[in-house]
Design a protein around this ligand. Structure first.
Ligand code: ADP
Length: 165
């Protein structure tokens, strides 16, 4: 009897830092795949001046997903399609918030399909109360001394307080 290969998904992003929005998408993904690789895109043009280093972001990701053995967190550089192939991922997961995410995500998915026709892109929407949340807005509020405890996990909150004390 042949055994089906595990379905592996890649969830790429900057995760600067990981928010409850990211966590929601990652945990939802686990309902439909066997394993999930959360990949910090080191060369992402979206994170030119990150608040946290790649190492710090990775440490936080590993901490928030510590309870989930089916999630592996790593950093990667270079093309997303190459990394997906290297990890054996057959699909890439992205979160869709408001309409504003759509154009960029659509462009990126189409380009990546040209580069790697076998790779599928899947878009998930978060819980309604997280649908306006971005790492940038969390950093902005934390920097100004606002309470972001409803939007990030405890280790992230601690790190934000240290950073923006
Ligand atoms: P951001 O800095 O905008 O939070 P990232 O580059 O870290 O974004 O995002 C990685 C992926 O996670 C993207 O697909 C993004 O749309 C998605 N994402 C980020 N925040 C949320 C959220 N609150 N709900 C759903 N998806 C999200």
């Amino acid at each position: 009897m042949t055994q089906a290969r595990p379905l592996i998904a890649l969830y790429p992003g900057s995760f600067d830092p990981v928010t409850l929005g990211h966590e929601d998408i990652a945990r939802r993904t686990l309902r439909v795949v066997d394993q999930l690789v959360v990949g910090i895109a080191e060369t992402s043009s979206q994170a030119k001046t990150p608040a946290f280093s790649v190492e710090e972001r990775l440490e936080l990701l590993r901490e928030v997903f510590r309870d989930e053995p089916r999630i592996e967190c790593e950093a990667f550089s270079g093309l997303l399609v190459d990394y997906a192939r290297q990890k054996g991922a057959g699909l890439v997961v992205r979160g869709l918030r408001a309409v504003s995410d759509f154009e960029y995500e659509f462009q990126m998915a189409q380009m990546n399909r040209e580069l790697s026709p076998g790779l599928e892109f899947v878009f998930l929407t978060p819980d309604a109360h997280l649908s306006f949340l971005s790492a940038s807005i969390v950093k902005e509020v934390a920097r100004l001394g606002g309470d972001v405890s409803s939007f990030v996990s405890a280790p992230v909150l601690r790190r934000l307080k240290e950073r923006f004390r």
